[in-house]
Ligand binder design. Sequence first.
Ligand code: ADP
Ligand code: MG
Length: 468
Amino acid sequence: MNIQRVWQDFLMIVTEEAGSRVVETWLKAVTFKEWDDINYIAYLVAPNTFVKDWINTKYLTLLETHLKRLLHVTQLKIVLVDHDAPQPLSPRNASPEVISLLPQAKVTPTAERPSASHAVARASRHITLTDQYTFSNFVIGPHNQLAYAAAQAVCKQPGAAYNPLFIYGASGLGKTHLLHAIGNETRANHKRASIVYQPADRFVSEFIQAIRFDKVQLFKDKYKNVDVLLVDDIQSIAGKDQTQEAFFHIFNTLYENNKQIIFTSDTYPREMTGITARLRSRLEWGLVADIGVPTIETRIAILARKADSSPHPIEQKVLEFIAAHAPSNVRQLEGAFIRVMAFASLTGQSVSLELAQKVLGLPPSPEPQRARVITFDMVTDLIEKEYGYSLAQLRSPSRHKGMSFARQVAMYLMKRNTAEPLTEIARHLRRSDHTTVMHAVQKIEHAVTQDLNLKNDIERLEERLKQG
Ligand code: ADP
Ligand code: MG
């Protein structure tokens, strides 16, 4: 868990919801020092007592609500200390983590020995799947259809269909949710299966401890007995060569034994830097499925699903308003929704459109400068003007050089400027599947780094799309 990134996400959400003044004045002064993921305690440091007290009285709920979500836990405790206070933070600092490598059976919990029960928590912590992330509360839309279908297939027959399954997409779009859903579902279907969920950065720190305490074999053995391995945020293994080496062998063993491996990442395998070529090629051996940005309909559906669990009914138009005005990143969308609900309940008001407008700090009518929605037709019209190829030509199977290039630029512009998933772009341009689009996007992304004229052309085209 990269807590600095969590903290940045937190600040971003609060800026959007509570305004930059709160963030600039109070929250930016705070540092997220440590996350104790065994006892679920977030240790924060304020620069002085004044700031500490102020935050404790005014922003504790805000901190709790958002950090819980960002850290994927249902409970947590916030410990805010001020900078000058003597600060022994969590007890973990004192004891090395090597214990997590011991096979679970050997660890006997003893009430008199707090370190032993601590060890149990530690030894089992890699299996903690979050119950609240299930398929039943995962909303499906065009942006995640492929990843969802692949996830379902994997649950039916782990190790058989898509191995490994690689799910990629930007932050806050549901990768971790889907990964836990796979874990929960597989556990329900295959009671005896050993399922391990591990964020890659934790895998790295575990490996480092193993080296330090000469327990590398134990480390490898532990993973070799797994039936389903869920590795979250694999991109964070980048640059950690030795860990990659160990992981490579674990991967091979699991793969050869038909054990299912699922990765999530914010980067497409081929674009990952700091990863050895052979490991990278393994990552894309199976199926690579992307999660894009949800469409407005899906965003409304996600909020409607959340509203179902609210004690008071919430009008559709309020949901639509929030979905249209909050960022399309699902995490921030949920943040906006929670903020509206919290405000209503704290002030004893019902959830109305006016209230939502007020809480989100937005004018009642859509802002005039709101970004224009870019459609596929706008892209293909522009391509025709620029390169002289019609939509019919772009859709044709012809691989004529100029036409192929124009088609690739079209795909690139569609991917970057619409919220449509790769599968939709492929369908629109009559390509066999989304990987064609993915390759086109990568090709242009690479080409613009090599060719300044092309870079300028593309920027100009994007500008024209935005201006209309
Ligand atoms: P990522 O791992 O891609 O950064 P998360 O899985 O942590 O994103 O998702 C962020 C939040 O958005 C979570 O609370 C998750 O439950 C929610 N979320 C994302 N996608 C969906 C979806 N399709 N349906 C319901 N909730 C979703
Ligand atoms: Mg995640």
